[in-house]
Design a binder for this molecule. Structure first.
Ligand SMILES: CC(C)(COP(=O)(O)OP(=O)(O)OC[C@H]1O[C@@H](n2cnc3c(N)ncnc32)[C@H](O)[C@@H]1OP(=O)(O)O)[C@@H](O)C(=O)NCCC(=O)NCCS
Length: 189
């Protein structure tokens, strides 16, 4: 009987990367590792995503101090990157621990957030392309994420970069008193 994982792997053709055209390069954006001084901008952009109710089940707004602590707790294997435009930081993305048990060391969870006014300009794509390269360099085998089925921009971005749906967690959490489904996606590297 064929190994379903192999089938999946072949379908995604992991050796063919990049399987999509490169991200638009017209914006003058630099992607670099985040530092503690970026905590305020990261919190601001994260809070926009939280307030928009399209990105996360989190509803608690973050502070600079909380994000500093978060950055300090990240290991080299799970970095945070920021997208920097002439005006400053306009987006961030991170590799996160998927599960602290060692048997899941080859899997990373991801986050990506672009400032409201800068969405739809290819910055999410640039950040995610960067994250995929960083994950490969760190020896990860797979990236996973959880998103809302109604996050059109997120879904378009993830599909574009080669993530495929795994399944839906029904009524995984509440947003403003309503149960919300969460779609899980993965990308074999
Ligand atoms: C989701 C998010 C990171 C995408 O980043 P972005 O910079 O806006 O997206 P990009 O401009 O790189 O676009 C990536 C793809 O999505 C498509 N897209 C962008 N916005 C879209 C929208 N509102 N509806 C449908 N498709 C959209 C683009 O056309 C592009 O696809 P293409 O390459 O096939 O043309 C960004 O919108 C964001 O930060 N949203 C709030 C936070 C969030 O939802 N984070 C993800 C949590 S799971």
């Amino acid at each position: 009987m064929p190994n379903p994982n192999m089938q999946n792997s072949n379908m995604q053709n992991p050796n063919a990367w990049p399987a999509h055209p490169p991200a638009p390069d017209s914006l003058d954006i630099v992607i670099r590792p985040a530092t503690a001084e970026d905590a305020s901008a990261i919190a601001r952009i994260y809070n926009e995503g939280i307030l928009d109710r399209i990105a996360t089940l989190e509803t608690e707004l973050r502070t600079e101090a909380e994000r500093r602590q978060w950055l300090a707790g990240k290991s080299p294997r799970h970095p945070v990157f920021v997208a920097v435009a002439a005006v400053g930081i306009v987006g961030w993305a991170s590799l996160n621990v998927f599960n602290p048990r060692r048997c899941y060391d080859s899997v990373a969870d991801i986050s990506v957030y672009v400032a409201r006014d800068w969405r739809g300009h290819g910055i999410g794509r640039r950040l995610l392309d960067h994250l995929v390269i960083a994950a490969r360099e760190r020896g990860f085998h797979k990236l996973v994420l959880a998103t809302f089925p109604f996050n059109a921009a997120g879904l378009a971005l993830y599909r574009r970069v080669g993530f495929t749906p795994v399944g839906t967690y029904h009524e995984q959490g509440q947003l403003d008193g309503r149960w919300v489904d969460v779609l899980v996606m993965e990308k074999l590297l």
